[in-house]
Design a protein around this ligand. Structure first.
Ligand code: 5GP
Length: 181
């Protein structure tokens, strides 16, 4: 049974269990399988946070696909810096490809917006976004987030790939920052 945890100076309470996450991931995979059957899209996993979600999601994808990785950074502590930096380029030609970006969380939407623009600039035929978590109250983007696992309130979460200043990525379930911290 998960319990309250402390990472650096902050406390976090259990939010979404492993079972719940599994069900959410399967449901998203089902929707993607339905849409891309017969095509060979390129999944671009946005590191670091999406590694665990991507690993579980892609095991349930039933059509031919390619997988690449892109590493960007926009966060310090528990708030976005507003500046998206590319730390590791994708290294795959996206010209005329149907690209599906895989993200752990879309918060303000700035990171995804910039990555989408970059893919289009590089000649992708289509760019879709698949995110495990979506914070509708924080979202400022003017694009559609095609596949959303679950909508969550605008509170900081860790676990299942997501970190707080480097810690918490290895946790198998999701935790939410404790109220009043
Ligand atoms: P955006 O550009 O949409 O504001 O932020 C996206 C990135 O910020 C995500 O890829 C993720 O790394 C980070 N982020 C946003 N919200 C959270 C959160 O609640 N917890 C953690 N750990 N990272 C977050």
């Amino acid at each position: 049974m998960a319990h309250t945890i402390k990472l650096h100076d902050l406390e976090f309470t259990p939010y979404l269990s492993e079972d719940k996450l599994r069900a959410i991931v399967s449901e998203v995979a089902g929707r993607i399988n339905h849409k891309y059957e017969g095509k060979t899209p390129l999944f671009v996993v946005v590191l670091n946070g999406a590694f665990m979600f991507a690993s579980d999601l892609l095991k349930e994808v039933s059509f031919d696909c390619e997988i690449s990785f892109l590493r960007v950074s926009s966060y310090r502590g528990t708030s976005s810096t507003g500046e998206v930096k590319e730390l590791m380029p994708i290294g795959t030609d996206v010209t005329d490809r149907d690209v599906i970006l895989v993200e752990d969380i879309v918060d303000t939407g700035k990171t995804m917006g910039e990555v989408m623009a970059k893919m289009k600039l590089e000649g992708a035929r289509s760019v879709s976004v698949c995110t495990l978590l979506f914070k509708p109250d924080a979202f400022q983007g003017s694009y559609t987030v095609d596949y959303i696992g679950v909508e969550i309130p605008d509170r900081f979460v860790v676990g299942y790939g997501l970190d707080y200043d480097g810690l918490g990525r290895n946790l198998p379930s999701l935790y939410q920052i404790k109220p009043n911290t």
